[in-house]
Design a protein around this ligand. Sequence first.
Ligand SMILES: C[S@@+](CC[C@H](N)C(=O)[O-])C[C@H]1O[C@@H](n2cnc3c(N)ncnc32)[C@H](O)[C@@H]1O
Length: 222
Amino acid sequence: MKKTIDEHAARFDSIAGEYDDSQNETEEYRACVSLVVEHAAPTPEDVVLDLGCGTGAIGLSLADSAKRVLGRDVSEGMMDQAREKAREAGIENVEFEYGTFREPNVGSAETARVDARDARVDIVVSNFAMHHLADAEKREAIHAIAALNPRRFVLGDVMLFGDSDAENPLYSPEVDDPATVGLLADALTDAGFALTAVEMVHEQFGVLVAERSPNGGRDVPE
Ligand SMILES: C[S@@+](CC[C@H](N)C(=O)[O-])C[C@H]1O[C@@H](n2cnc3c(N)ncnc32)[C@H](O)[C@@H]1O
């Protein structure tokens, strides 16, 4: 990670008010949002976890079709924007709470015994956030996601379809650390997912859809 979690949180806190307007100017961002929402496709029974939820672009779009949406992020400023948008839209089946990729804060085995609803996650989504982690941390994060036993994980992000160093980066190399698609695909399959769709939005942006392998059961490989 090129910045610590606290540094990322402070940076996003400081731009939270302008974030939606600036991102929505970018065609690649809008395309990834649409594809992540389309591929997530929750049913009314599904609990959706949105990691690095920011101002709620994905989670709020899915709330209407899901049972419940859990937004997790490290920036309270970004989540305040998401909470305000939920309030204005009258969306009540979403919550936005602190959580990281590696510790998503979605309930422990202890709470699961008390209230299974707290621990169940059917679909995990993440858009434009995992690229803040170093590659080894992305692998750990993908294992942490697999350990939640979702049936689907949809990842939209800055990702490199070509060489590991883009010649003309459309991201900020001083803070962003995108992986190659190959590394992400390996990490997903190592964690027990099968890659079922790869959507290239641009050679530096894409959406990956991963499902539990049919024989993957509910156990996560070590
Ligand atoms: C570029 S924004 C994307 C927000 C949203 N998903 C979207 O599509 O608009 C990245 C978000 O990731 C969050 N973030 C960065 N590092 C994180 C981490 N380790 N765990 C959870 N969230 C993180 C930031 O606070 C920020 O809100």
